[in-house]
Ligand binder design. Structure first.
Ligand SMILES: Cc1cc2nc3c(=O)[nH]c(=O)nc-3n(C[C@H](O)[C@H](O)[C@H](O)COP(=O)(O)O)c2cc1C
Length: 210
């Protein structure tokens, strides 16, 4: 597998890949993903990001159970979740939800669940979590791009992580660490394709907004 894909090609084709094969991913590729993530910047260069690669079947099942709780709340009635968005038709959105449900049903079988965490050096609370995001998401995006370049499917997910105490219990996190994102990684069952985003003239201005 080549990891020589151009950076821009990877960025424009880095779709959330939820349907993944159960085939194992070589450990060296998983480490390569985390190594790429670890190159990302962090506020004040604190480098608090920590990465857990979960492969143990029982641990995967526990995380899958937490994800199921989160997904069921997300897709349940009266959650305020819009059926369509200005930039995403009801049909496309329904397909996305189907893949979220597929992922929920199969998460325990997926070869690796990578958890992006942050070590804060002090007990974690809602405020530390709120300010930690800026220093973990650049690494998560690096990881997603590296996965794309290696031909691996991945999706950034958060629905499993809503219950902070339950997550810390499953992962044996010290009280100074918080989990921000769970990224299932594996070989895609579907085909890679380009992302669909709002056109540039909707999201960019020069000098002033209006
Ligand atoms: C902060 C954040 C949280 C997300 N949480 C979830 C999640 O819990 N489950 C999931 O299946 N996808 C999740 N996603 C993936 C988004 O649904 C996906 O990136 C978005 O629909 C765009 O998909 P595309 O890149 O395939 O166009 C999350 C993405 C981000 C950035």
């Amino acid at each position: 597998m080549s990891d020589e894909m151009g950076l821009f090609e990877a960025m424009y084709n880095c779709r959330a890949m939820r349907r993944l094969d159960t085939r194992e991913v070589p450990e060296e590729d998983l480490v390569k993903l985390v190594d790429a993530a670890n190159q990302a910047p962090s506020g004040s260069n604190m480098q608090g990001a920590r990465w857990l690669i979960v492969r143990d079947p029982e641990q995967r099942q526990r995380l899958a159970d937490l994800n199921r709780r989160g997904v069921e709340a997300y897709i349940g009635p009266q959650t305020g979740r819009p059926d369509a968005l200005p930039h995403q038709s009801a049909d496309k959105r329904a397909r996305m939800l189907k893949s979220v449900v597929w992922q929920m049903e199969h998460m325990h079988e997926l070869p690796a669940l990578i958890i992006a965490c942050m070590e804060f050096g002090q007990p974690v609370d809602a405020a530390t979590m709120a300010r930690g995001g800026g220093s973990i998401w650049p690494g998560i995006q690096n990881l997603l791009l590296a996965a794309r370049a290696l031909g691996l499917g991945a999706t950034p997910t958060t629905l499993a992580l809503g219950d902070r105490e339950a997550v810390a219990g499953v992962l044996n996190l010290p009280d100074t660490m918080g989990a921000f994102c769970l990224i299932p990684v594996g070989y895609p069952l579907g085909r890679f394709g380009p992302v669909t985003r709002r056109p540039i003239d909707e999201v960019m201005r020069f000098d002033r907004w209006s």
